[in-house]
Design a protein around this ligand. Sequence first.
Ligand SMILES: C[S@@+](CC[C@H](N)C(=O)[O-])C[C@H]1O[C@@H](n2cnc3c(N)ncnc32)[C@H](O)[C@@H]1O
Length: 294
Amino acid sequence: MTPTPINEWTLQRLLEWTTNHFNEAGSDSSRLDAEVLLAEALQCQRIELYTRFAEVPDAEPLQKFREWVKRRAAGEPVAYLVGHKEFYSLKFKVTPATLVPRPETEHLIVAALEVCKDAEEPIRIIDVGTGSGCIAVTLAKHLDKQYVIAATDISLEALAVARENAQSHEVESRIRFYEGDLLDALPEGSNPVHLIVSNPPYIGRVEVDTVEDTVKDYEPDAALFAGEQGTEIIERLIPQAEKMLLPGGHLVIEASPTTMDRCVEMVNQSGLDFVEVINDYAGLKRILVARQKG
Ligand SMILES: C[S@@+](CC[C@H](N)C(=O)[O-])C[C@H]1O[C@@H](n2cnc3c(N)ncnc32)[C@H](O)[C@@H]1O
């Protein structure tokens, strides 16, 4: 076997160089980012890179990879570069019109599936602020009961992506998409539901300086910010949810650990009963569960 010349850009060298480059640019997921971009450029699984370390890529994927490396080092999220993101082990298309699904939101799925166990069929669910559709589609893929889901968003562009994700996961016939403000997006006279889920925008303008550039410069403003304190959307959603939930129905929302106590207070001041706050992987208060009386 001919040894690889020392200065050849093998996959291994590319990965090492890029990881260092991303480290210097301040990324905290440098190796993973480098692997995801290289695998996508080569149209292979990330794991395959490890069996192809000595390979020298062709000019075309190499050029694509180099272009992505430049853009990633400048702050662009990897998910927007490759056009997709994994959530709850499912692959979702994402574009700059949608938030990149976060691992924290997987806790919301677990909590939502849990409350569905006791709900009577067919379960009616609303996902408010669906974005890429990751919550609605994941629930649709995992519910083992009869269900219908309505997904709303203020962004038509996001809804188009959510629809595509529903199609690629073959659940489009089970989810209706509506454009508009929170629950006002639903058709008049819509039936009350068993479950309302939402990962609404929850960053306050007052904390904008604490938000990483790679988030605030690239992800949609409407997906991130909710007024000065970050609670504006949740404050409007709670009373709307109260009107739309069936007796015993649940509201499961993701919120910021910094304003979670305030959100619990809002639930306690509403007609809903507070059930629990669930911590995320980092041990931060992240998911709020409330229940309609009855
Ligand atoms: C934090 S993102 C969540 C997206 C997706 N559900 C997820 O978990 O990745 C919030 C979403 O709410 C939408 N949104 C913001 N304000 C809204 C409003 N007033 N009514 C409906 N949707 C809204 C945004 O367009 C965005 O898609």
